[in-house]
Design a protein around this ligand. Structure first.
Ligand code: ATP
Ligand code: MG
Ligand code: MG
Length: 548
């Protein structure tokens, strides 16, 4: 069900269609294949694809692969997988490198028109001569090179005659422009680098500001949507379209990028975490990558609903991470089976339950969604409960187990704690309890009430499971202030617990999602789960910490 909440870009597209300025809307999602996509990219994906969908237009997936040293086919593949998983299908799959020949030809055209020149200044000299916001720049001494010399040098740059950084091709615009992007910006640089698609065919590569508008125009993109940092590049975008004599006239529109509290939103830093081994991989469940969120247990529906809710605006903002959590809870509330898992087991022996007997009890799969039916769970003399559901010397208002107290076992019976068994160090290692057969769940027993309900699993049939609980990868803003990125890493971002789940979970498959009584929503980790050992990633707790 597509939401059609309005945003300023939609209004522009709608006006352009009505006025006949464009006959069909064409958008593109243009990732650079230098890392895995993150939640910020999800916003751009939803925006571009939903914009075209709503007006029966088209969206291309275009890889902006003009920076060979950092790019790789691994990223090309993961990006396609992530876009599809989010629920979108592109019309054409394109690569900026498909256009290298045409980009080169258009650059030759610029040289012939006297609109581009080969510059021999070093990067540092160029920076010095660029000027500042308040001071105009200075013309390069190579600015007035003749067309023939420029053509010759540019061809030799392509042929690989010069070293990296020795020369660049620059647009000839205006060194006194108040917009620094128009002060004879670079169009091509020399890079003796192997490209993941064109191999060693090219020794020069186009700059983003040159390749992007031309790629948009070649594809007939009508609305080229990007983030606000590119606002000041728009005059250059238009200059390239104009001077390169592109027939199509795409227009660039900017929106505010997504920022989320306590969330790293930059591929460069995310890559650092992978390269330094802080996380297992790009799809580590702690990563805010789309693949990490998927492995943690987020659904495409939840991510799309989140992107819709945050909307598209031009004002800078930071979204609370708890908003993301809200949407996954909403999505899983009625979908995920609710079962019992014991994360930190404490054995309980029910001394008055017949030895060797096992009975099957009926349990609802989702109290809020009857259609999910019921299941049978075994009960016997030995069960596991959660360690923190017992306290030897409880404070007031502790309604769970303590010596002499009675609680309800969810879906089963009341049990009463008779004795706590300790090891040599005084740790409680086992409880002895008694049960009351008359209190069986579902029989309508009203004889007396207990204040606490706790969860459990039957001990002899329980399936061993590992539970991975997560905290943010970075220390929170205050703790981390003024520290280097790698010093802001939260050393406690992962906690691993060994416990048990109900026997029917033996069949659980990677990516299956459950709500565990009291613990929250969990996803079966597709990489670490093996026969006989299920690994669960906690997606989110049942309630957010600020709303107990
Ligand atoms: P990063 O800084 O993380 O490397 P990027 O912008 O360099 O991101 P690209 O691969 O160039 O990454 O991004 C592809 C598209 O996704 C671009 O159109 C970009 O504007 C958009 N995008 C990237 N990050 C965000 C974000 N945080 N919010 C919204 N859109 C984003
Ligand atoms: Mg980019
Ligand atoms: Mg980047």
């Amino acid at each position: 069900n597509k939401a059609s909440s309005s945003n300023f870009i939609k209004n522009i597209v709608s006006d352009d269609l009505q006025s006949g300025k464009v006959s069909e809307v064409v958008t593109r999602f243009p990732p650079e294949p230098n890392g895995y996509l993150h939640i910020g990219h999800a916003k751009s994906i939803c925006l571009n694809f939903e914009l075209a969908d709503e007006f029966n237009g088209k969206t291309n997936l275009r890889f902006d692969d003009t920076n060979p040293a950092k790019e790789d086919t691994e990223y090309v593949e993961s990006i396609q997988e992530d876009v599809r998983w989010l629920g979108f299908e592109w019309d054409d799959l394109r690569f900026a490198s498909d256009y290298f020949e045409e980009l080169y030809d258009r650059a030759v055209l610029l040289i012939k028109k006297g609109k581009a020149f080969v510059c021999d200044l070093s990067a540092e000299q160029m920076r010095e001569m660029r000027g500042t916001l308040t001071q105009p720049g200075q013309n390069s001494p190579y600015r007035d090179r003749g067309v023939e010399e420029n053509l010759d040098l540019f061809a030799r740059m392509r042929a690989g005659e010069f070293k990296d950084g020795e020369r660049i091709l620059r647009a000839k615009i205006d060194m006194a422009s108040p917009n620094i992007n128009l002060r004879d910006p670079a169009l091509y640089r020399i890079a003796h680098a192997h490209h993941h698609r064109t191999g060693d065919a090219w020794r020069i590569y186009p700059m983003y500001d040159y390749a992007h508008p031309i790629s948009d125009a070649i594809e007939g993109v009508t609305h080229s949507v990007c983030t606000l940092e590119f606002e000041a590049h728009r005059p250059l975008y238009d200059w390239v379209i104009e001077e390169c004599e592109m027939e199509a006239k795409p227009r660039q529109y900017e929106f505010a990028r997504l920022n989320v509290t306590n969330t790293i939103m930059s591929k460069r830093y995310l890559k650092m975490l992978v390269d330094q081994g802080v996380v297992e991989s790009w799809d580590d469940p702690r990563m805010p990558t789309i693949s990490g969120l998927r492995r943690k247990g987020y659904t495409p529906e939840a991510l799309r609903a989140f992107c819709r809710e945050i909307g598209v605006a031009r004002a800078y903002s930071v979204v609370d991470e708890r908003m993301l959590e809200f949407f996954i809870r909403e999505d899983l509330k009625l979908k995920a089976p609710r079962t019992m898992a014991v994360l930190q087991p404490l054995k309980v022996v029910i001394t008055n339950y017949p030895e060797g007997q096992v009975e099957l009890l009926e349990a609802e799969n989702n109290a809020e969604n009857e259609a999910m039916g019921t299941r049978q769970i075994p009960f016997s003399r030995e069960i596991y409960i959660e360690q923190d559901d017992f306290m030897e010397n409880p404070p007031n208002k502790y309604f769970r187990l303590f010596p002499g107290n009675e609680v309800r076992l969810k879906n089963a019976y009341f049990i009463k704690c008779e004795e706590a068994i300790k090891d040599a160090d005084g740790n409680v290692v086992e409880l002895r309890c008694t049960y009351d057969p008359e209190t069986k769940s579902g029989t309508g027993f009203t004889g007396r009430k207990v204040k606490g309900t706790i969860h459990w699993v039957e001990a002899t049939r329980a399936v061993p499971a590992e539970f991975r609980l997560f905290e943010p990868l970075l220390l929170d803003e205050e703790e981390g202030a003024d520290k280097e990125f790698l010093e802001r890493i939260n050393p406690n971002s992962l906690t691993t617990l060994q416990g048990f789940v109900e026997p029917n979970m033996k069949e659980a498959q990677g990516q299956d999602k459950f709500q565990f009584f009291r613990h929250g929503y969990f996803n079966v980790d597709p990489k670490h789960t093996s026969a006989g050992r299920v690994v669960f990633n906690r997606i989110v707790s049942l309630k957010s910490s600020f709303d107990p």
